[in-house]
Design a protein around this ligand. Sequence first.
Ligand code: PLP
Ligand code: COI
Length: 357
Amino acid sequence: MQFEISDHPAPRSAEQIQKVLADPGFGVNFTDHTAVIDWTDQDGWHNARVEPYGPITLDPAAAVLHYSQEVFEGMKAYLHSDGSIYTFRPHANAARMNKSARRMALPELDEHDFVASLEQLVTADKAWVPGGEGEALYLRPFMFATEAFLGVRAAKEVSYRVIASPAGNYFGGELKPVRIWVSRDYVRAAPGGTGEAKTGGNYAGSLVAQQQAAEKGCQQVLFLDPLHENAVEELGGMNVFLVTNDGRLLTPELTGTILEGITRSSVIQLAKDRGLTVEERRITLDEWDQGVRNGQITEAFACGTAAVITPIGELVDGEHSIASTGTGEVTQALREELLGIQTGTVEDRHGWLHRLA
Ligand code: PLP
Ligand code: COI
């Protein structure tokens, strides 16, 4: 697919960009361009382009505004010391977007066109990639139903876009353990639902739980399995791992209700490379609680593109709390190795990097 490039008529100056990159925050600043590809039932994917970033014109009847037919991805572009820009496992994100698209009755986009859209956007906006510790250009590909039609069926007109946003620590400030709220009132997903898809509704449904968490001074919500009492699933936007004192890494198995994180699968690989035993299975809160108390569970961390690897501190619900395990050695080592691979300072022995610009 050939992308037509329309340069921004008044792009931000080098000085303005530097001001943003000096303190990027997360998800609040956007680059000068966006990549777009249109789809119709009749013509398939067409009109691939890079155009100036700006508001989208949508018909008020556009299906996405009523029935949330949309999917998205989250990935990052990293600045290497020679000025080149890489992303991490983009074909895995392409495959996951297509899996989400199938679940939401959206069209699949060829993986090469997905990767090309990232290359084109990052080439246009390469001045926007921050290079500080833990910083990157967050890339947000998304696809949504634009057709103006109020009947409930899969839309015949769809738009795919990519926007980019310079990003620092997702939780703000320096890296420190996050406090987690265990949601007893709300579940995120159930068998046969959309939990395994990266679709906006899953996040909309998590917001009241996230509000409760904020009221309790927590930064993320831990959702439990609605079928198996006390079984841990994942956080609102991250997967969860526990580390034991005898060299095991535990993480909830993929049951169809958890998002299969690309960071999760990378952590599993890096842990195995280190000789750790990885157990993907059901983990209950009781096992977590008792394990921390008797010293068997020494570390807990969350992982995802936005969060990278972030230690989990205290876990609380209305009645009790699981004590903090702090920032452990294994968490720290995995974080450094993963970030090192992504930013080009540690050998990429699994061939996970892809050059964008
Ligand atoms: N789980 C949820 C619900 C997420 O939103 C994310 C973030 O994308 C993840 C897990 C981690 O996925 P990844 O590592 O691919 O970013
Ligand atoms: C990501 O990690 O890319 C996500 O989409 C999760 C969200 C919390 C920003």
